[in-house]
Ligand binder design. Sequence first.
Ligand SMILES: [Zn+2]
Length: 319
Amino acid sequence: MKSLNARVKLVLIPDANRPVRHYNVPKVLFVATPALIILFALCSAIFILLNSSHLQQVEQLQEQLTLSEASYETLLQAREEQIAGLESDLASLSRQAAEVESKMTEIAELESQLKEIAGIEETVIPLSDGQGGEEFALASTDAETSLVSETKESFLQMTSMIDEMKPSLESTKKALIGYQRILDMTPSIWPADSRRVTSTFGIRRDPISGRSAVHNGLDLGGNRGDPIYAAADGIVTLSERDYPHGNNILIDHGRGMETRYLHLNKRFVEAGARVKKGQLIGELGNTGRSTGPHLHYEVIVNGDHVDPMPYIKEDRKEP
Ligand SMILES: [Zn+2]
C-alpha cells in the first residue's frame, strides 16, 4: 500500500523568467501512463491489421464476383445463340412440314385422278385444313409455342394421311394393274409400219367385181415382206391359208374382241399361240383375193365387224 500511495515530485521549469512549478504525482500514475500508452498502441496496431485483412477479403470477393459475372454473361450469350439456332431450326422444320403436307395433298389428288382413269369409285381422303405456314416471325415466346404446336399438328395430320392413303393406294395399284391388263388386251396400235390407208371401212366399189360392196376392214398399202404386228395381247384362234382370205390370222383378245389379218405373205404364229401387243406375227403380202400387196385388217366386236380406225390410236412400241 505504501508503494501505491507513494508520490513522486515533478518539477517543471518553463523558462528563466517564470517561477518553477512543483507537482506531487502519485507514483502509480507515473508508472501506469507509459504502460497504457503502449497498450493503446498495441490495440491500434491489431485493429489496423485486422481491418486491412478484411479489406483484402472484400477485394478478393469483389474480384470473384466480377469474374462470375463475366462467366455468366458468356454462358448467357451462348444460351441465347443456342435458342436462336433452335428457333431457326423450328422455323425451317415448320416450313418443311408445310411443304410435305402440300406435296401429300398433290399426291392424294393425283391418286384421285388415277382412280378416275381406272374407273374406281372415289373414296374421299380427308385432307388437312389449309393453313398458311408463311409467317415465321418469332417475336415472342407465344409465337414460338404456337409454331411448335402447329408443326406438331402438321406432322400428326401427315401421319394420319399416310395411314389412310396406304390401303387406298394399294387398291388403286391393283385396279391400275387390271386396267393396264385391259389396255394390253385392247387393239390400239397400227398393225403394220405403213400409214398408207388404201381403202377405209364401209361401202365401196369392189376393186375386182366393180360393184358396190361392204368393205369390212381397213386396207394398208405396203411392200411384200413388211412386218405385221398383233394389235393387242391375245390367243391365235386361226392361222391358215384359204380363198378369198389368203394367208390369214385371227386373234381373240377376250371380252368379245378379235382382230384379223388377211392376204399375208407369211404367217409366223399358229393357232393356240399366245401373242403380245406389237409382236411380229407375219409378213404383208398379196395372197388370196387381192390386187396388190396390202394388209386387210379387221376388228370384230361381239361377232360384228366394226371400223378399225378408232382402234388405231398409237404407234407400236419397240418391245
Ligand atoms: Zn380389204
